[in-house]
Ligand binder design. Structure first.
Ligand code: AMP
Length: 253
């Protein structure tokens, strides 16, 4: 069985986000970009499944501008066997529905038994792509996975899902879509020898047109603005003063 993993290139989680002066979006020039953390978890899970002998190949895929190749190289250095880059200029809109259509087209060609995505991309916080591609493929989905157990004989995946107030365990017939939550695993670091090896692993390039997907913008971003600045705090000298302020200024007690 083949596993396909969708990995997105995003602004690194440790970077302080700056909004562009014209408020058209977030500044990405000269900013450190990395693999979306939930996608690292998705790739780690696929690698563990392959290493357990339950899958034969892990294919990492990414959609976006030329620099996505760096993200795919990271994925190959972590251990993916090969990669596919759906390249399109940064002017194109890689909103969840467009990405889901491209993923469906890739699945139709590659025919994986499992498609793993991050539960959400930390740049758009959409949490939509996995659900949309499962709908387009008409495949069962296990979202917010904190545990995935495959049964090769029965061709099923048992998925623990992190839901409000607990864990829901569901059983999916394969092929299926899984999206990863934070507690699923701890992704590995790429070792230096594997970074070197990754340089010779193949990255195939395809365009949306070759996949017969018409990328169009369903959404218009009107404005991106920073959150309002927080007011400075005050240091109080006693608990009595705190109680007084909570009672008479904040009026919360
Ligand atoms: P989102 O629905 O945008 O929050 O993204 C959820 C997941 O979809 C991500 O963690 C990725 O696995 C996948 N995804 C979204 N956009 C892309 C992209 N441009 N390239 C590859 N994977 C993507």
């Amino acid at each position: 069985m083949k596993i396909m993993v969708a990995v997105k290139r995003v602004v690194d989680y440790a970077v302080k986000i700056r909004v562009k002066p014209d408020k058209s979006g977030v500044e990405t020039k000269n900013v450190k970009m990395s693999m979306n953390p939930f996608c690292e978890i998705a790739l780690e899970e696929a690698l563990r499944i392959r290493e357990a002998g339950l899958a034969s190949e892990v294919v990492a895929v990414s959609m976006g501008p030329a620099q996505c190749v760096d993200t795919l190289r990271t994925g190959l250095a972590m251990g993916a066997d090969r990669a596919i880059h759906v390249e399109s200029s940064s002017a194109d809109h890689f909103y969840p529905l467009n990405v889901a259509k491209l993923l469906k087209a890739l699945v139709d060609v590659e025919k994986p038994g499992l498609l793993i995505l991050g539960k959400q991309a930390i740049d758009d916080d959409c949490n939509q792509t996995g659900q949309m591609v499962a709908g387009l493929l008409n495949w069962p989905q296990g979202t917010f996975a904190s545990k995935v157990v495959l049964d090769k004989e029965k061709k099923t995946a048992t998925v623990d899902r992190e839901v409000d107030g607990g864990i829901e365990t569901i059983c999916l017939d394969l092929p299926a879509v899984v999206t990863t939550d934070l507690r699923l695993n701890q992704p590995r670091y790429a070792t230096l020898p594997n970074i070197m090896k990754a340089k010779s692993k193949p990255i195939k390039k395809v365009s949306p047109e070759e996949l017969n997907v018409h990328i169009r913008s369903d959404l218009e971003v009107l404005e991106v603005s920073e959150p309002p600045k927080r007011k400075a705090g005050v240091i109080l000298s006693s608990v009595d003063e705190l109680i007084d302020k909570l009672k008479n200024e904040a009026r919360v007690i």
